[in-house]
Design a binder for this molecule. Structure first.
Ligand code: HEM
Length: 393
């Protein structure tokens, strides 16, 4: 802790106005809370209550959004399936994401974070995504899936390629680059799966290989589907949480000073970061029948975009929604979704966020964007690069 701390906790400046996409979200919430902005386009859902309605009602708003014919689809993943398939898939891995199991990884995550941080603080100006925000979650998921240390860089490359083209994968023709990344990833994991069948190891993939279901053991395709999902769902989002925390430190430097004085506020700080700059800014559903939302008639088969980042700034639910309130309580944000698809990795993401922030607080006196850095907030998963200037403690 610094010696020249003020006796009263640092406080936020009084007024705040929405910037970037948040201004647009406010317009939608006030003027067009459920709207199809282009003919044949998706219906954007901007208010908290309506986003909750869509996420809660998985019978009307299906997660099986792809229109590809069944024969062209890979094995279903829980994120893009409905019950009963969804429940079956989620049950198979949910043990690994329970709070106790995740808490048991605290020391490992802490050690990985310290390794990255000790390299990072040798420089004054660093690219944060490359130095910390991307490698930390990749290493954690890679370890859960039994990826060897030497293969992690390659694993991250596949993850980046697939995630940055997620829209095309679902709705259009995936590019040659994505197809290649997917093929290489599959080949890599098929080898690991074969090894695990010969010699079992106790990690998430090892356990899945051993799992007996009523239909017997999981097929190669089902196992690959889990690997792809964890890779896609868990990496960029957590990277986005870490860059969101640093964006807050840059925009509201009082938060850094306040957390150094009161580290017990790190948890609510992370929750407020998730609300304020939601890394998973929107998700997608498809209607299974003609329906109605907030008075707007929506036909069967329509694509819906629940705007999570907008719901989390809804002034109907959050007092002073455009202010960053470090100890906001209650904080009913939907950054991890809601309903049956609520984020399976939420405990893990929170733990990684807390450890990364605690590490910055203990090693640094300040962290801010480098001159000229002005990445737009609100991008899915956060910026792909962010240069920051560090002042070591
Ligand atoms: C800050 C980081 C994260 C955020 C903001 C986030 C956000 C979300 C959201 C909003 C959903 C629901 C999507 C929907 O309803 O369509 C979701 C689902 C999911 N997330 Fe996360 N996530 C994060 C980190 C992680 C991590 C670290 C993992 C695992 C390693 C993970 C695994 C999953 C899985 C498997 C699902 C699908 C659950 C289901 O369909 O039942 N997430 N996440």
């Amino acid at each position: 802790m610094s010696e020249q701390q003020p006796s009263s906790p640092p406080q936020p400046p009084p007024e705040a106005a929405p910037v970037g996409p948040y201004q647009y979200y406010q317009h939608l919430r006030d003027q067009q809370p459920v709207a199809q902005l282009e003919a044949d386009g998706p219906y954007q859902v901007a208010r908290h209550a309506d986003v909750m309605t869509v996420l809660r009602d998985h019978t009307t708003f299906s997660s099986d959004v792809s229109l590809r014919p069944a024969e062209e689809r890979a094995a279903p993943s829980m994120l893009f399936s409905d019950p009963p398939v969804h429940h079956r898939l989620r049950k198979l891995v949910s043990y690994a994401f329970k709070p106790g199991h995740i808490e048991a990884q605290r020391d490992l995550i802490h050690a990985r974070c310290e390794e990255l941080m000790s390299k990072m603080i040798t420089q004054r100006e660093v690219e944060l995504v490359e130095a910390l925000a991307a490698p930390l979650p990749v290493v954690v998921i890679a370890t859960m899936l039994g990826v060897e240390e030497g293969d992690i860089r390659q694993f991250k490359h596949w993850s980046d390629t697939i995630f940055s083209n997620i829209g095309d994968i679902l709705f259009a023709e995936p590019s040659a680059e994505v197809v290649q990344a997917g093929t290489e990833l599959d080949a890599y994991f098929l080898e690991r799966i074969e090894e695990l069948r010969r010699q079992p190891v106790d990690h998430v993939l090892g356990r899945l290989v051993e799992t007996e279901t009523e239909d017997g053991k999981l097929s190669d395709e089902e196992l690959l589907s889990f690997c792809r999902l964890l890779l896609i769902a868990g990496n960029e989002t957590t990277t986005g949480l870490i860059t969101a925390a640093v964006r807050i430190f840059h925009e509201f430097p009082w938060t850094f000073a306040r957390l150094q004085q009161e580290p017990n506020l790190i948890r609510p700080f992370i929750e407020e970061c998730l609300r304020f700059y939601s890394p998973f800014s929107a998700t997608v559903r498809r209607t299974t029948c003609d329906t109605e939302l907030a008075g707007v008639a929506i036909p069967k088969g329509a694509l819906m975009l629940p705007l999570i980042a907008s719901a989390n700034r809804d002034e109907r639910v959050f007092e002073n929604a455009d202010e960053f309130v470090i100890e906001r309580d209650p904080n009913p944000h939907v950054a991890f979704g809601f309903g049956i698809h609520n984020c399976l990795g939420a405990h893990l993401a929170r733990l990684e966020g807390e450890i990364a922030v605690a590490s910055m607080l203990s090693h640094l006196r300040s962290i801010r964007f480098a001159q000229g850095e002005a990445p737009e907030p609100g991008q899915l998963g956060g910026p792909s690069s962010l240069r920051v200037v560090l002042e070591a403690a």
